[in-house]
Design a protein around this ligand. Structure first.
Ligand code: KG4
Ligand code: ZN
Length: 361
């Protein structure tokens, strides 16, 4: 751990509680992640197969004191050492957001510190530039394309000197949601996405070729049709092999093959859209983030595509792909450098809020 003397101001406290992870991080003025603590609520939600909003907010309240203590004790610092306070204000579950946001607002107001209300996707968007070993963050290029793939979002953004424009988004399900729903139908424990990915490594994707929907003139994503087609194929396999869902692991090989086919189709859609965008307006640098950016096939395929297309690629470090507070603190640092600032007495939590226009006062 870096010693106190090595910390470059401003020291930014990041708080993230938009869904089911309670997270606290400290990032310094070089964009170095000094500490990042995440308390997941897996056990609390597992018996329901997904996140239960009421349970999530109560767990955030319960977990926050220990998460905060661990972050500060690891670094041997006090709250009075913090220079800037940042918390996620949306989008997410309002009851969950309110916990972290209220803490952040109170600390900033009480200690008279600058406050940054950070959009959750802005956090993901810049996370590929963080260093997982605690070295300074890479400097952010003036222009880049961001692909954010998570449980709630599938978005392509153009970033130009801090200004963000949405180029494509999903018309229905988010990619992570599709992974979770397929896994849940089979009977896999929550969170299903990472397990589907793991199982798919041992499957033959050619057994059940699934279609990749092309988007027309307009660039968009769509995962609902693929999800339905996969579920229909799943039922057919179950009938053919006399299987009753939900199943316990180990899964029979035909289901593993189906998961592999599903994963190939999800990733192919991403590569298709990124490729089409590159044809229209050449991409110099593609930064990929969000929980689904941990997907093994996605990482391999995008690496292959980027190399073949001469595009610089930044895949988020695995430590920062899922929800975390380091990305929130880092996005806040970038806002702070641009001279932006929010009023802790006025910001509100919002379950849905576009990234464009989520600017400060
Ligand atoms: O970014 P994140 O932690 O939370 C949101 O902002 O949504 O993303 C969580 C999503 C879940 O849907 C989870 O199943 C999915 O990311 N996920 C994965 C993998 N790891 C996490 N999906 C596919 N493959 C993975 N390896
Ligand atoms: Zn997220």
């Amino acid at each position: 751990m870096p010693r106190r003397t090595a910390i470059e101001p401003p020291l930014v406290l990041g708080i993230e509680s938009s869904c089911d992870d309670t997270a606290c991080a400290l990032v310094d003025g070089h964009g170095r992640v000094l500490t990042s603590v995440i308390s997941s609520q897996l056990e609390a939600h597992r018996r329901y197969g997904g996140v239960v909003p009421e349970i999530a907010s109560r767990e955030h309240l319960r977990n926050w004191p220990a998460v905060r203590r661990e972050a500060f004790e690891r670094l041997g610092i006090e709250m009075s050492d913090v220079d800037v306070v940042a918390a996620t204000s949306g989008p997410g579950l309002v009851g969950s957001l309110l916990v972290g946001l209220s803490v952040g607002r109170a600390v900033a107001y009480g200690l008279d510190l600058p406050f940054q209300a950070v959009h959750h996707l802005e956090g993901h968007l810049y996370s590929p530039f963080l260093d997982p070993q605690g070295s300074p963050a890479e400097s952010i290029p003036a222009r880049f394309i961001g692909l954010v793939v998570s449980g709630g979002h599938t978005n392509l953004f153009a970033v130009d000197e801090g200004r963000v424009t949405t180029l494509a988004e999903t018309r229905d399900d988010a990619i992570g949601e599709a992974f979770d729903k397929i896994g849940k139908r089979i009977g896999l424990p929550y969170p299903q996405g990472p397990r589907v990915d793991e199982l798919a490594e041992g499957g033959d994707a050619t057994s059940y070729p699934l279609p990749v929907p092309r988007s027309g003139e307009e660039l968009f994503f769509s995962y609902s049709g693929l999800k339905t087609q996969t579920l229909v194929t799943l039922e057919a396999i179950c009938r053919e092999h006399d299987l009753a869902l939900p199943l316990d692991e180990p899964l029979p090989q035909p289901l593993i093959d189906l998961l592999a086919a599903f994963r190939v189709a999800t990733v192919a859609q991403l590569v298709d859209r990124v490729g089409r965008l590159h044809e229209e307006q050449p991409i110099e640098l593609l930064a990929v983030s969000g929980g689904v950016a941990a997907n093994r096939l996605l990482r391999r395929e995008l690496e292959r595509w980027a190399e073949a297309s001469g595009v610089a690629l930044r895949l988020v470090p695995l430590a920062y792909s899922g929800d975390n507070a380091a990305m929130i603190a880092f996005a806040a640092l970038l806002r702070q450098r641009r001279g932006e600032r929010d009023d802790p007495l006025r910001v509100e939590a919002a379950s849905r809020v576009p990234l464009e226009g989520a600017s400060s006062d």
